[in-house]
Design a protein around this ligand. Structure first.
Ligand SMILES: C[S@@+](CC[C@H](N)C(=O)[O-])C[C@H]1O[C@@H](n2cnc3c(N)ncnc32)[C@H](O)[C@@H]1O
Length: 338
């Protein structure tokens, strides 16, 4: 038996739970923070659960934390004393590794220390046990969740926890000249899917305006063809690596294999989007990748996603399907052209 904390985007926890229920028949849930964070118990041990989840990663599960230790919160310095004792006893987990400390809390948790204070105290113990405290590229993460009565403590690699950000809440710095917030979605997809967009040379951006995704692709050095009947941001127009077709995507045609990357963020009916992408898919070379967002328009997202994936599989292998932190009512797919 093992206990876990699962986190989804706000309002999507029930879908993450549904996916987990399909993975583990004997599972019990408890809500920690409405619509977003929940705990669950399953019969398998931590290694078994990590393996099962890695094999069949739920789309709506943004972050996973094992509950390796539980300590009651007293609300005074005893809490830090006990936490540091637990870390010392778990020395083998952290020794010789770069370790990040993440703290999340429910509203009104009696755990009275901020993330920065907790981190400072735990960091001193990590140094003592030959671990290197580091928020950047950690090899091990100590994940703490302060609930209403107890501190739920667990650890794992960023891969096991599905993210190297607390609760999977990826933050990017907003730039002065940023064309749209949508840029964060592509940045997050690049990180989460382990891609390097600079490895591609010719991108087709369908539904490009105002141009957040196009601007990132241009920054990465690609030649970009952007299609949208709406206006692209004026700051992009003069870029010599940009071709802008101010048209509906259903009106354009390209020679086969013109692109090695196709991106599409149309916020449109999923099936219409599928048709447009499939109609233009000849333009993507075999082995090329596509990154597309799928709008979840009605009440059955899991069914919508299944239908969309089935359709796209006519031409693509589905490499990853994930609701990213920056996705609102949508998910992001990573596809490889056959
Ligand atoms: C969410 S916005 C895209 C944001 C963009 N990815 C960015 O980073 O700024 C969706 C865009 O899709 C465009 N769009 C919708 N249907 C389209 C179609 N059939 N062909 C081309 N563009 C379309 C809309 O005009 C709109 O500008």
């Amino acid at each position: 038996m093992s206990r876990w904390i699962g986190t989804a985007n706000h309002g999507f926890a029930s879908y993450a739970m549904e996916e987990l229920r399909r993975l583990f028949t004997d599972i019990k849930f408890q809500q920690l923070s409405s619509g977003e964070v929940f705990s669950f118990e399953v019969p398998g041990d931590r290694e078994q659960v990590f393996t099962d989840i890695a094999r069949n990663e739920p789309i709506f599960l943004r972050h996973l934390q094992p509950v390796d230790r539980t300590m009651p919160i007293t609300g005074d310095t005893d809490d830090l004393q006990e936490l540091t004792d637990i870390v010392r006893h778990a020395r083998k987990v952290f020794e010789g590794k770069r370790t990040a400390v993440h703290l999340r809390r429910v509203e009104n948790s009696p755990f009275s220390y901020s993330a920065a204070d907790t981190k400072a105290i735990v960091d001193a113990v990590l140094t003592e046990i030959d671990s290197e405290s580091s928020l950047q590229q950690p090899e091990q993460i100590l994940s703490l969740y302060a609930s209403k009565d107890s501190l739920l403590i667990g650890w794992g690699t960023p891969r096991e926890l599905l993210s190297d950000w607390p609760g999977g809440a990826v933050r990017f710095q907003r730039e002065e000249s940023q064309v749209s917030r949508a840029k964060f979605k592509l940045l997050e997809a690049e990180r989460t899917f382990g891609l390097n967009l600079a490895h591609y040379s010719h991108a087709l951006d369908i539904g490009a305006a105002p141009g957040g995704w196009t601007s990132l692709l241009l920054e990465r050095g690609l030649q970009v063809t952007a299609i949208d009947p709406a206006e692209l941001h004026p700051s992009l127009i003069s870029n010599r690596r940009l071709t802008y077709l101010k048209k509906n995507a259903s009106e354009v045609k390209f020679s086969p294999d013109s692109f090695d990357l196709l991106v599409c963020d149309m916020s449109w009916s999923p099936m219409q989007m599928c048709k447009l992408v499939l109609d233009l898919s000849d333009a993507l070379a075999s082995g090329g990748y596509a990154i597309i967002t799928v709008k979840l328009m009605h009440r059955k997202p899991l069914q919508t996603i299944r239908d969309v994936m089935q359709k796209l599989q006519e031409v693509f292998e589905i490499r990853k399907a994930k609701q990213l932190f920056h996705n609102r009512d949508e998910i992001t797919l990573l596809l490889e052209k056959r």
